[in-house]
Structure formats: C-alpha cells, structure tokens
Design a protein around this ligand. Structure first.
Ligand SMILES: Cc1cc2nc3c(=O)[nH]c(=O)nc-3n(C[C@H](O)[C@H](O)[C@H](O)COP(=O)(O)OP(=O)(O)OC[C@H]3O[C@@H](n4cnc5c(N)ncnc54)[C@H](O)[C@@H]3O)c2cc1C
Length: 351
C-alpha cells in the first residue's frame, strides 16, 4: 500500500486529522474533489478543547479567531436569562469565532506547506477515513427548520460577548467576529426564505425586533444564505478498514455550536489510537476507536437535540419552563460550570 491512511474529504476535520497524523509520522494522503465549491459565510465557534487539538496539530497560530469571554442567553417575549463567563469555566475564553472559509483556507495552506500529499482520486491505503461531511447514508431527523446565516454590523461594534436568543421563529445566535457579528437564525423554511429575501433594511429591522438593543443597533448586513437543519447519524462509525469522523459520522443542529468541535474530538481520538500502530486498518484497533468515541458523541448529540427541541415552542407553558431553566442556571454557579465545561470539552478525556 502506498499510504497508511487515506483521508477522504479536506474539510476542517479531514485537514486537522491529516496535520495530527503528519506530526506523529503516519503516512497520510488527503483526497479532495478537483473542484471545491467555495463556502458561504458561516461563523464557527471553536471551543477551548478544539483550540488544544489545533495547537497539537500545529495549526492554532495560523488562525486569527475572535475570542468569546462571555455568553448571554435570553428568550424573546419571556423572562429569564443566563450569563456565562470564561471564569465560570476556568478557561481563558469560552470559544473562538472564525469564518468557516478562513479556517479551511488556513488549514489547507498548512497541509500544503507540510507536503502532505493531496490527490483528487481515491488513493490506496490500509485505512480509509471518511471525512466527506454529511452523507445520505445516515439516519435523518428533520427539525422543520433552516438556518439563515449572515454577517451583520452593529453600532457599537461587537467585542467579546456572544448572544443566544430564543425567538418564536427559532434560536438566534450572534457570534462576535472581527468587530462584526456572525448571525445564525433558525426559522421555519418559509420564514427563513422570507428573511433571506428581505431587503437589507427590513432584515435589520427584523433582527432588531427579535433581539432588542442589547447588542447595539443593527446597521448593515452581508449576503444571507440558508441551510436545512437536521440531525443525521451514521449507525456505525467503523467498517472494514474504514472509519467515519466529523459530519460524515454525525451532523448536528448548530444551536449549541458543537458539530465541528465534536468532529475535531473524533479526529483527535483517531490520531491517538493510530499512534505507533503496525496496521492502521486492524479491526481491533478500529473497535477501540469506536468504543472511545461512543460516550462523547452520544452525550453531545443528546444535549444538542434536547436544546434544539427545548427552545422551539412559543406557547406560554414553554416560555415559562424556559424562563425557569434560564434563571436557575443563572443563579447556580456549579450548574453553570458543569454546563460550560460540557460545551467546551464534551464528555471526552481532553485536555
Ligand atoms: C449555520 C451553521 C453554523 C455552525 N456553527 C458551528 C459552530 O459554531 N461550532 C461548531 O463546532 N460547528 C458549527 N457548525 C457545524 C460545522 O460547520 C460542521 O460540523 C463542520 O463543518 C464539519 O466538518 P467536516 O470536515 O466533518 O465536514 P465539512 O465541513 O462538510 O467538509 C467536508 C469536505 O469533504 C468534501 N467532500 C465531499 N465529498 C467528497 C468526496 N467524495 N471525496 C472527497 N472529498 C469530499 C467536501 O467538499 C468538504 O470540503 C455549524 C454548521 C452550520 C450549518
């Protein structure tokens, strides 16, 4: 075999695995389509655990993300709010925001700089790692929602606070990114289409109505795009001489910003299991990888699915339950710390 490992898919998870494997001397080839479609704007919040993984891949210094030092969670037309700080969780920042396209460009540049082979056709290897992103071969649970994504500018500009607001349309997140915000707004498909087609001024007014003035005045919006939201799970993450990581294994609702963070933990655990192994496609080794990932993946999927459902209803009882939950979290530091650390590290053994 020409290589130990062929990684199919040069998204952020595939690139991160390639960089981790290259550092530990595992011979790796990355397979990507000859023509990649350029990615629409998508703000990604990387957790502190993802920072540790990207540092160990030697990639962190190539990124210039915006740190999040506090998160404010509230609901429209209802009481209750929770504030979380980096100090609550004992980390320098709760997360780091970067545009998906900028992250990908930086990781791909490192792959090329470190002379990791990149091919556009399936390559022979003892282990095929599937990192091709969401696949039709997965089970699917639709949330009946789409995410509307845009870069928006406020006055005053964004600093280091991320905002999550539960609106009757769906969850609305504003993530600080280079002085602006990356907005991700979940809504029913017809409302999402409407939000995308509104003139800029009317879109900014809709944002202001849903959000109030706590993040400042909305003054400009970039191009809007929308994506369907569904939970997609691959029943088995290993096969004969093959393993599935990142969105190819599980695709989550973006409500808690966990998809890529979980995918990077997949890549980290696979790299650990492959370290120093004689045969990377060995069935026992692959079972060890699957066992290692089971608990973290299941816990993150459950938590994200719960949040995606819990904040959908806009009836008085749902609003009351949410208000009580947000208030309880706000006044209970241990609960806040547990929640923040779960969002940062998942249920993995990192750091
Ligand atoms: C609106 C939105 C906001 C999000 N926000 C966050 C967030 O804040 N934090 C977070 O952690 N996650 C977030 N996510 C999730 C995150 O974007 C994904 O989990 C992440 O992109 C998955 O990375 P990946 O490398 O597994 O897959 P992808 O990013 O989908 O990359 C897969 C790559 O494989 C390539 N490919 C496809 N088919 C083939 C093939 N046959 N051969 C070779 N290559 C192939 C594709 O072209 C692509 O480049 C968000 C998602 C959305 C939709």
């Amino acid at each position: 075999m020409a290589h130990d490992v062929a990684i199919r898919g040069a998204g952020p998870v595939g690139c991160a695995l390639a960089l981790l494997l290259q550092r530990q001397g595992t011979s790796t080839v990355l397979v990507r389509p000859r023509k990649e479609t350029s990615a629409a704007f998508r703000p990604i919040a990387l957790s502190h655990a993802s920072r540790l993984i990207l540092e160990r891949a030697g990639a962190w210094d190539a990124l210039a993300p915006t740190p999040i030092t506090s998160i404010h969670v509230s609901q429209q037309h209802g009481f209750g709010r929770t504030r979380m700080s980096a100090a609550d969780a004992g980390v320098p920042a709760l997360g780091y925001v970067i545009d998906y396209g900028a992250l990908l460009d930086a990781l791909l540049a490192l792959v090329i700089e470190r002379s990791i082979p990149v091919e556009d056709a399936p390559a022979e290897a003892r282990l095929a790692v599937h990192a091709e992103g969401t696949s039709d071969e997965t089970t699917r649970k639709d949330y009946g929602q789409e995410a509307v994504v845009a870069r928006v500018t406020t006055r005053p500009g964004a600093t280091a606070t991320a905002w999550e607001r539960f609106t009757p349309d769906g969850p609305l997140a504003l993530l600080p990114l280079g002085g602006d915000y990356g907005a991700v707004w979940g809504a029913r498909p017809e409302r999402a289409r409407e939000l995308c087609e509104l003139p800029d001024g009317a879109f900014l007014a809709a944002l202001a109505q849903a959000f109030g003035r706590r993040a400042g005045t909305f003054v400009a919006a970039g191009a809007r795009s929308r994506l369907p939201l569904a939970l997609r799970l691959r029943p088995k993450r290993i096969g004969e001489r093959s393993a599935f990581i990142g969105n190819a294994a599980q695709t989550l609702h973006p409500v808690a910003g966990q998809g890529l963070n979980l995918g990077l933990r997949d890549a980290w655990d696979l790299a650990q299991v492959l370290h120093g192994t004689e045969d990377p496609g060995d069935a026992r080794m692959l079972r060890r990888f699957a066992d290692l990932r089971r608990f973290d993946a299941a816990a993150t999927v459950r938590a994200t699915d719960f949040l995606a459902g819990a904040f959908l209803g806009s009836d008085p009882l749902s609003r009351l339950t949410r208000g009580v939950g947000l208030t309880a979290l706000d006044i209970c530091l241990p609960a806040r710390r547990f929640f923040a650390r779960r969002m940062i590290y998942g249920a993995s053994a990192l750091p």
